[in-house]
Design a protein around this ligand. Structure first.
Ligand SMILES: [Fe+2]
Length: 342
């Protein structure tokens, strides 16, 4: 396995680059905008292809690298289903698996620091975001934070992992890099409480100043989506309502870009073909999509929210498939417009 812990010193953020092999797919957790060049250089050096960029939660102390990484690598951007962030092209929920080639993580919903906080558990280690930190826990006094929810996330979920599980947080302000569940149970001062009430009283007495970057970072992190507006401006988008008239027409090939787990959970538009987004370039270059376009079919892409499909339209147009379009807003908009699914 390739595993790199990367540090951004202004916000003391740790980002994690993970891949199963050189030359394979990679994912990055909690990337920071200012470090995007560094991540891309490292991935070039290790011959990795970024397919997923994940934020554990909406950050208040730095601007996320998700939007820049999406623009420069066309990767899938991932957050939890509670997230209102517009850049997100795939949303995960508790119990899901977050996968790339050779790597699979269990998705654990761990609210409390924010209401969109997630942890990711993989083999011998867990990425805890700002839920569990080394000898600390993430503050719960803004961004819909809730100390009682965090108590449950800690004691009901994370601390039930085996004691030897390695703990990799999203931040450390003292220079520690890794801990274990057993070590945190024994020595983390925030965890030496007997009840949720006691934990809430402790967290509510902290009186911390707001992060310096908060007024900049939160609005910036909420709005990173650009592709859909640009694709619509070029006339390459159909509203979900208009798309309903195209479905079933013999000259239209409806293409679902989502992953199998998303299709199973949210259903599919009847009659659509499946071409997962990570394999898009190969499919356009000489696979299914290339063949469909060659037979004169008009390609109509869709995904969960329209982010991946907007990038797919751009990629297809770049490859000379001028009839490529997408459904703006994706499956979410389709369902809202009363479109049928199965
Ligand atoms: Fe945070």
């Amino acid at each position: 396995m390739i595993f790199r812990q990367l540090f951004e010193p202004v916000s003391c953020t740790y980002s994690y680059l993970i891949a199963s092999r050189r030359g394979g797919e990679a994912m990055i957790l909690d990337p920071v905008l200012e470090k995007v060049d560094r991540y891309l250089q490292l991935m070039r050096e290790l011959d990795l292809r970024l397919v997923k960029a994940v934020d554990t939660h909406l950050h208040a102390d730095h601007i996320t690298g998700l939007g820049a990484l999406r623009d420069r690598t066309h990767c899938i951007t991932v957050m939890g289903e509670q997230s209102g962030v517009d850049v997100v092209s795939m949303r995960v929920a508790d119990g899901d698996r977050l996968q790339i080639e050779g790597v699979s993580m269990d998705v654990i919903y761990t609210p409390g620091h924010t209401d969109d906080s997630y942890s990711f558990h993989m083999q011998d280690r867990v990425f805890t975001g700002d839920t569990l930190m080394i000898r600390g826990t993430g503050r719960t006094d803004f961004q819909n934070g809730d100390p009682r929810a965090q108590y449950e996330s800690l004691f009901g979920r994370l601390l039930r992992l085996p004691d030897e599980t390695l703990v990799y947080p999203a931040h450390d302000y003292k220079g520690d890099t890794v801990s274990t569940i057993g070590e945190e149970k024994a020595f983390n001062p925030r965890l030496q409480v007997k009840s949720a009430d006691e934990y809430a009283a402790l967290m509510n007495s902290l009186n911390l100043p707001n992060p310096k970057m908060m007024d900049v970072a939160v609005p910036a992190n909420m709005r990173q989506g650009l592709h859909q507006a640009e694709v619509a401006r070029r006339g390459w988008a159909f509203s979900a309502r208009n798309a309903q008239e195209l479905v079933g027409r013999p000259d239209v090939a409806l293409i679902d870009l989502r992953e199998t787990c998303e299709r199973e959970r949210h259903g599919v538009i009847p009659g659509s073909l499946h071409a997962p987004y990570p394999d898009l370039q190969a499919s356009i270059g000489g696979g299914l999509l290339h063949e469909l376009a060659g037979t004169g079919k008009r390609l109509l892409f869709y995904c969960a929210f329209g982010e991946r499909s907007a990038m797919a339209v751009q990629a297809a147009q770049d490859a000379g498939i001028t009839t490529a379009r997408h459904i703006e807003g994706g499956m979410a908009a389709w369902k809202k417009a009363g479109g049928t699914t199965r």
